[in-house]
Design a protein around this ligand. Structure first.
Ligand SMILES: [Zn+2]
Length: 106
C-alpha cells in the first residue's frame, strides 16, 4: 500500500457520536465520539479494530471508537508508532470514508 510519508494520522471528532453495529442483529459493536483517521493522499480512512470484530459469523468493518479524546490520541500515537515501525499501512485495518473532520495530533 502507500508509504508512510503520505499517511497523516489524526484524531477525528464526531460530536454527534458514531454507533457501529451489526446490520443483522443490531448489536452495537463499538461507539464513541472520537475515531482515528488516516489520510493518504486524497483518501480518508478510519482505523478499524485489529483483529476485526466478529458478529453473526461475519467480520465486521468497525472503526476504533473512543469517548475520551486522550484515549483516542493515545491510540493515534500507537498507529503512528506502527506506521513508523512498518513504514507502510499494510498492518493497519483501514476503512475508507468520504471525509472526516479532523483534529491534528501534536
Ligand atoms: Zn450480529
Amino acid at each position: 500500500m502507500d508509504s508512510r510519508e503520505d499517511a497523516v494520522v489524526s484524531v477525528v471528532h464526531h460530536p454527534a457520536g458514531i454507533n457501529a453495529g451489526c446490520a443483522r442483529c443490531r448489536t452495537i459493536i463499538s461507539s464513541g465520539t472520537f475515531a482515528i483517521g488516516v489520510q493518504v493522499g486524497n483518501h480518508n480512512y478510519l482505523v478499524g479494530h485489529n483483529p476485526p470484530k466478529q458478529c453473526c459469523g461475519e467480520e465486521k468493518k468497525v472503526p476504533l471508537l473512543y469517548d475520551d479524546e486522550v484515549l483516542a490520541a493515545f491510540g493515534a500515537q500507537g498507529i503512528m508508532d506502527t506506521l513508523g515501525r512498518d513504514g507502510s499501512t499494510t498492518n493497519l485495518r483501514l476503512y475508507e470514508v468520504a471525509q472526516f473532520i479532523s483534529t491534528a495530533v501534536h
